[in-house]
Design a protein around this ligand. Structure first.
Ligand code: SF4
Length: 229
């Protein structure tokens, strides 16, 4: 099997059968790749919190394992009514191993406080557990590879409301290419459990464009309203 086909199958999460190295001619053997990505199986979907965390922290399911400093698993209350999902760790998160820290994290904490919530009362995670180099957008194969961890986190938290932070998370989670401006206007449903779902701005975006904080406040009021139902 050539290396391109093998890489494609790995990105799709398919474990490809390969003959033992001794059974193939040297010219057909794949180059040694001790750090190669290993597909994430369906196993995370049956795990408890501790097993899920340990598995994610050792994960090599996509190329991002090669450049990460930390696996940023998620933080907060495992019984939270509100689950916040961003796209991927940034530089501060990668260094500290926690999502939404630094200036964006402080703004998120202030946004939560404005609707009467503390960071400890919600659950915060990203679609990707490892930082894309240079903060580039996540690639579809990376989101697919990491999806089982987030899916299981949502199952375990079983929140009353999921909120996507930012365009990239909103579009991936809703499988839509509509603009964030359109997506944040309505109450959606998420996943097989059909959990109520809202989209709003990423705090890092609000730091760059503070004039949109007024629209963000409208979203926060909507979040508070849905949680109060
Ligand atoms: S981003 Fe997700 S799938 Fe990729 S290595 Fe990290 S934990 Fe594994």
């Amino acid at each position: 099997m050539d290396s391109r086909r093998l890489a494609y199958l790995q990105a799709m999460g398919v474990v490809a059968w390969q003959p033992r190295s001794g059974a193939v001619a040297e010219s057909e053997a794949l180059p040694a790749a001790p750090e190669a990505a290993e597909p994430v199986s369906e196993a995370p979907l049956c795990m408890d919190w501790e097993a899920l965390r340990q598995t994610a922290c050792a994960c090599r399911g996509c190329v991002l394992h090669e450049t990460r400093t930390s696996v940023v698993f998620g933080v907060g209350s495992p019984d939270a009514a509100l689950m916040l999902i961003g796209e991927a760790p940034g530089a501060d998160e990668d260094r500290q191993g926690e999502p939404f820290v630094g200036a964006a994290g402080r703004l998120l904490n202030a946004m939560l406080k404005a609707i009467g919530l503390s960071r400890d009362e919600v659950y915060i995670a990203n679609m990707l557990k490892c930082r894309p180099p240079g903060n580039r957008d996540p690639r579809p194969e990376e989101v697919a590879a990491c999806g089982a961890y987030l899916e299981r986190q949502v199952q375990l938290v079983n929140p009353k409301l999921v909120v996507a932070l930012g365009r990239v998370a909103a579009q991936h989670l809703l499988e839509s290419d509509a603009s964030l401006g359109r997506l944040r206007g309505e109450l959606h449903e998420f996943g097989a459990q059909r959990i109520p779902f809202l989209a709003t701005y990423h705090p890092a975006y609000l730091l760059r464009k503070p004039t949109d904080k007024r629209k963000s406040w409208e979203d926060l009021k909507r979040i508070r309203e849905v949680l109060a139902r």
